[in-house]
Design a protein around this ligand. Sequence first.
Ligand code: ACO
Length: 402
Amino acid sequence: AIDISELLEKTGLTTLDIGYKNTGSTKSAITFLDGDKGILRYRGYSIEDLAAKSTFLEVTYLLIFGELPTKEQLTKFTSDITKHTLVHEDNKKILDGFPSTSHPMGVLASLFCSLTAFYPESLDPNRSSEGVYLSIVRSLAKMPTFAAWSYKNAVGHPVNYPDNSLDYCSRFLKMMYALPAEHYEVDPVVANALDKLLILHADHEQNCSTSTVRIVGSSKASIYSSISAGINALWGPLHGGANQEVIVMLEAIKQDGGNIEKWINKAKDKNDSFRLMGFGHRVYKNFDPRAKIIKKAADDVLAKLGINDPVLEIAMKLEEIALRDPYFIERKLYPNVDFYSGIIYRALGIPVDMFTVMFAMGRLPGWIAQWKELRENKEPIGRPRQVYVGTQSRAYVDITKR
Ligand code: ACO
């Protein structure tokens, strides 16, 4: 990468790079990725090592504070988060105002932004580092509560309060699934698979939602409003919605009699715009390192839960056939992380509308780390330029003459 910012400033030139495909918007020491080699590292540690050896909260600490925590640091961090899992009871009133038809992502973004009202001190751009730490802890603690509540609202069930005797993922699962009249036991295989999924989604450098968090944060907006903006950016089908598309496609194949070959041929047909959802990646051209890890978690979940779901059977057959097909081999089109995360969520009984909420829960540490980095680096307000292509100066025409 070449830093041409000084040259541009001196010459008054503007670069045009729609979609910022080749434009670095910042210098960051958080996440490194090499799409050609299939490398993803958080703070220098490989995603493979982190997924195999760390928990989500350890990875969260690493992303936000730059180092893997010691035992003492992790204990304190975990206990600080656990202390703040309850949300203000008035949040319940906000939730009750949403019809059950509300998309859970809209509910989540609104509840998250409402933290600015419950903790107005977070609006102070000159907050002490202790204050910032408290906001970080509150964000991490309350996100699963809001996420589970956004689901309860959609299904019309009473909300559950956090059970602080459980770990981060188990607590979320219990808030999501427990019903008042039934005993609910969290399955450790499921909690472990979710923990891995969250680690794999925790950061992915300057993607659309992360860039949004940074640009909103650059105006010195609070952490809660910046993250709420990130949630909204993630909501878009081109960003967080891909795993949902995988399930929609698998269901369509099932409806169509389960003829997988026919759909694969459709994806290969250059006169048909259809693409196999969950295959290929814009950045990872050989393989998506996250997909390798998550495939194992998907296999574990399916083996443990003994899922008898024709849609998931189609997924497994589709993967097998596509991986042997020269069309996909030549173009290096492998199943990506969304293919397997869609399968796991489906196996866990999570409805498709909730998939992006799960993604938001995973991406939260990345958003926080990037917001904190921007603040600590005292980065200037983000303000891209444009190349004006509209009409030049015109004489004003009175309304009677138009
Ligand atoms: N199914 C069939 N053919 C495909 C697919 C697919 N999923 N993906 C790419 N191709 C083909 C293209 O038609 C093209 O073929 P050609 O060389 O004969 O013209 C070739 O592979 C290269 O495709 P590009 O469009 O150049 O690849 P690009 O990097 O632009 O696209 C993308 C990557 C958008 C992810 C694409 O693979 C795709 O649409 N995949 C399906 C959607 C999906 O799973 N998205 C989630 C990605 S993961 C994420 O964003 C977190």
